[in-house]
Design a protein around this ligand. Sequence first.
Ligand SMILES: NC(=O)c1ccc[n+]([C@@H]2O[C@H](COP(=O)([O-])OP(=O)(O)OC[C@H]3O[C@@H](n4cnc5c(N)ncnc54)[C@H](OP(=O)(O)O)[C@@H]3O)[C@@H](O)[C@H]2O)c1
Length: 313
Amino acid sequence: MSMTTTTKTNEIAILVTGATGTVGSEVVKQLTSPSSSLSSGSRVRAAVHSKDKADKLRSENKEVEFFHMDYNKPETIVDSLNGIDKLFLLTLPTPNMSEIASRLIKEAKKNDVKHIVKLSVLDADAEPGILIGRMHRQEEKIIEESGIPYTFLRAGAFMQNFINFFGQTIRTQNAIYIPAGDGKVSFVDVRDIATVASKILLTKNNDSKDKQQYEYKKFNITGNEALSYSQAAEILSNALGRRLSYVNVTEDDARKAMKKMQMDEWLIDALMELYSVIRSGYASQTTTVIEQIIGRKPISLDQFARDHASFFG
Ligand SMILES: NC(=O)c1ccc[n+]([C@@H]2O[C@H](COP(=O)([O-])OP(=O)(O)OC[C@H]3O[C@@H](n4cnc5c(N)ncnc54)[C@H](OP(=O)(O)O)[C@@H]3O)[C@@H](O)[C@H]2O)c1
């Protein structure tokens, strides 16, 4: 069923890319939740990739239209933005990231998309910055050059990394192994990022005050406080009722472990660069953007841990 034919005059039609992932699935959930005051007046199309994850999202979201998209197959991007007003753009840092973004932005332009909300990284425009930041900045520039109104959500490190990246060793060894030294990080819960994104995506095109607040803006989005990984381990320990430790491994050991996990060499280098930035204290800035946009304090790491206690076992 085409969204062009089903969208009512006042509805905002939104395409969410990366819709089955950590952030995208939360954006879809918040845009469509019947209990959410955010959801009224929106219609969501979810760009899905692998079949198993798409099936899971489909079973949880009856209201959503699904669109199969593989960033590496340009033909699957064509028509994804037919009848769409707003795009939530989530791409992964890969060597062809800007090529993928260009294709999507071209489609957005062709379909007269009114606003792009792009998930980016904290300080994406830092000079010289780090590889992952530069990749996001390149994508941001493609959006800027397109002339389409945008909002860049430049997020700090996700609290959900404690599940996605460190979850296994937390569950099996009560430990987090990374070369982050004592550097502090302003962890942010992706649920807050999704609430910010949803609020912006649901701003009506005729609401000039909100448009002014969000269009052509770049927001650094962080949690309320910067914590070292040993402080984070302490908070998780208290919330989960058992002792977790942070092990400040050497870069060499981290590299070996990543190689063993068959990660690409360029990604290992990019992560090492990121950890060196963290060790130097450059990931510790906090902002009040979440509170300014959604009117409440960000979710704390303690709350995050309690909400996911069953995952951590
Ligand atoms: N982790 C952090 O601390 C952090 C902080 C700031 C910003 N970021 C940024 O956040 C983004 C990652 O978001 P996330 O954590 O939500 O990612 P994620 O959980 O890994 O989800 C990625 C999504 O993209 C989809 N996808 C993967 N390959 C695809 C392809 N070839 N074509 C189309 N879709 C594809 C995945 O679907 P399948 O699973 O079905 O393949 C999934 O829906 C990155 O841009 C990263 O730089 C991360």
